[in-house]
Ligand binder design. Structure first.
Ligand code: NDP
Length: 296
């Protein structure tokens, strides 16, 4: 492997350490404990795992975790009433509604009912608009984690050609906004993009957020490019035994690592950074709510 491995697990541990220190200072100097409320509707197994992990890490950095688990058939009115209550609770600085929601609930309506200053996922329409216009906002956690790793590896990203594969509201679009904010020349590719291999071959930075196992082969990667693999895909792994599975990204790791200058692994790359950024966003929200200096 020629590429430098960008170790998201180690980076996330460092971010959590900084969050812990900030939380300790907020408690000691101001008597404030940041609080994160997570709302889960239904029993989607993957969502349950994420929510458990978020709650555990929230407590580990010294913050208060408020978990609200609602029945799958919870009405929209009841969910909105809970969000209203959390919006006005001074002990709650961040609110996260775990997506996807069951089909009878309007996701846009629910997300936009969160107070924008408590919207630590950065999905509220106000935060999307603030990010798009380069103003202070809450930044979505997964793209923020990707940006932090890129800045850490490169220093300045100014003038680099970046391709983001995927245009979802939660990853692709905010990722592109962040790269633009750092003065990259940004291309957003998607399922209708013509000649995707050619588009990717021009990029100094490739962010893959598609949800298709190993769809980006090494020969699409420009020699020396930096590859950030957001994808998390579970595939069969008969080599590990019958019925076994393993996680892979959207990039074919071995062939891409042979050409890239740097690459994130899956697992252990973008994934751990996402929750670390959620914790960091909660501290930021807490500081803003109390007119205190924000973490850098
Ligand atoms: P979405 O399904 O919402 O978006 C996927 C995007 O990929 C769409 O814009 C789609 O294009 C595009 N796409 C699909 N097929 C192709 C193709 N053949 N060529 C080019 N583009 C294509 O996914 P998300 O953004 O929510 O997630 C993407 C991946 O990231 C998933 O694997 C998910 O599990 C992972 N993820 C990881 C996180 C982490 O913490 N590491 C957090 C969030 C997501 P179009 O719009 O035209 O349909």
């Amino acid at each position: 492997m020629a590429a430098t491995l960008i170790d998201g697990k180690a980076f996330a541990a460092k971010v959590r350490g900084q969050v812990s220190e900030h939380v300790a200072r907020l408690k000691e100097e101001h008597g404030i404990t940041p609080g994160l409320a997570v709302v889960l509707v239904g029993e989607d197994p993957a969502s349950q795992v994420y929510v458990r992990s978020k709650g555990k890490q929230t407590v580990e950095v010294g913050m208060n975790s408020f978990e609200h688990k609602l029945d799958v058939d919870t009405s929209e009115a009841d969910l909105l009433a809970l969000i209203d209550q959390l919006n006005s609770d001074p002990a709650v600085h961040g609110i996260l509604v775990q997506l996807p929601l069951p089909g009878h609930l309007n996701e846009d309506l629910v997300i936009n009912s969160i107070a924008p200053e408590k919207d630590v996922d950065g999905f509220h329409i106000s935060n999307v608009g603030l990010l798009g216009t380069g103003q202070k906002s809450m930044v979505p956690c997964t793209p923020l984690g990707c940006l932090m790793m890129l800045r850490d590896h490169h220093g300045s990203l100014s003038g680099m050609d970046a391709v983001v594969i995927g245009r979802s509201n939660i990853v692709g679009k905010p990722m592109a906004q962040l790269l633009l904010g750092d003065s990259c020349t940004v291309t957003i590719a998607h399922s209708r993009t013509k000649d995707l291999p050619d588009v990717v071959r021009r990029a100094d930075i490739v962010v893959a957020a598609v949800g298709r196992p190993e769809m980006v082969p090494g020969d699409w990667i420009k020699e020396g490019a930096t590859v950030i693999d957001v994808g998390i895909n579970r595939i069969d792994a008969p080599e590990k035994g019958e019925g076994k599975t393993r996680l892979v990204g959207d990039v074919h790791f071995d062939s891409a690592a042979a050409r890239a200058g740097a690459i994130t692994p899956v697992p252990g790359g973008v994934g751990p950074m996402t929750i670390a950024c959620l914790l960091a966003n909660t501290v930021t929200a807490c500081c803003r709510a109390n007119n205190l200096a924000e973490p850098e």
